[in-house]
Write a protein that binds this ligand. Sequence first.
Ligand code: NIG
Ligand code: FE
Length: 417
Amino acid sequence: MTLFTNIASCVTVAANGATSKTGAAMQDIGEIRNGAVLFDETIRWVGSADDVDAAIDALGLDPADIDVMDLTGKTVLPGFVDSHTHMVHAGSRADEFAQRLRGVPYTQIAAEGGGILTTMRAVREASVETLVEVGERLATSALQHGTTTIEMKSGYGLTLESELRMLEAIGVLRAEHEARIVATFMGAHDVPPEYRHASDDYVQLIIDTMLPAVQRQGIATYCDAFPDKGFFTVDQAERVFRAAQALGLRGRVHADEIANIGASAMAARLGLASADHLEFTTREDVLAMRDANVVCTLLPGTAYTLRLPYPDARMMIDEGAVVALATDCNPGSCLTENMQLVMSLACTNMAMSTEEAIVASTLHGAAALAMADRVGSIEVGKDADIVVYDVPSYADIIYHFGVNHVWSVWVGGEEVA
Ligand code: NIG
Ligand code: FE
């Protein structure tokens, strides 16, 4: 049993049994000044440091069995839940980054066979060990920056064999890494060159062959797709999602990133777990997603890197949608694993408050992965995924940006970084 006490700023993000806090409730992060948390694998008690002795008594615990850590001057938050990453990949696209800085658009690079297909070529050549190594490095760095749960997608293989290899690598990380890892199959990330003029045939391959293999092997929880201008049509993505749903794989989607071709409207229609990006999403789309319980996941690091217009987070929050933040960590459109930085981008460029950014990065990330009953807040009974920051207030994590404020990281009650 461990006790954190005298915590200057103990941010619980308490939701009292709910899996999200929407609208004005997003302002309430359940901060306890001079707080304390008592935990083993799960949170046993959280409250004011003044009430610790009484709580230990009431729980019938022997104080001799408790490791006490004095966190005077420090801040505690639930671990971040990064619900959208492509951390498992291979190769570098630093040269494409340089091209874009010279003014070549992302879509032109993609249309000329670069972009996702550049990474695809590297991934097809890579062994499972290499893929694990790349993912491990980024996941460890993410953990060191305060992220305790990470979703990871396939989608850079685009053949049955290489997509399964990516999911195998994610599976190795799931088993061995200290962070909690969730796997998503994303065969419909881009049309591979073999099917360049026959994208429907590729979609059919996903439906007839890839999805059943993924389901048989039990190596993914979610299915993702990229219906957007120059990639898949909404109709193709819908076929993939319907097939996935029939096999018990829930959908999450890359929506309205380059253009609004109806992807987020489809997310609402199909009741997907989450629609992500949403740079070109309309109010009508947002209302439909809100009413269908689709989490709106915003990736401001991608808007920053690709110099896209930022999603209208204010409108989404004010309309009562469940808004989450994630990194999109990938070699092309956003290479960061740092959720502290993502919060800073969200506050500065999308007019989110520091409190909204914290809820979006913890509880709502968990909601996007349907894990909010276990992680995303510091509440009795939840997993003890807790991060300590070497600052006296949560606002400092965002205000003082571009550096890592993490002091220690705990997953399931164990110190891991
Ligand atoms: O989320 N939009 C599609 N997929 C990724 C980019 C992947 C890449 O460029 O490698 C994204 O932005
Ligand atoms: Fe992505």
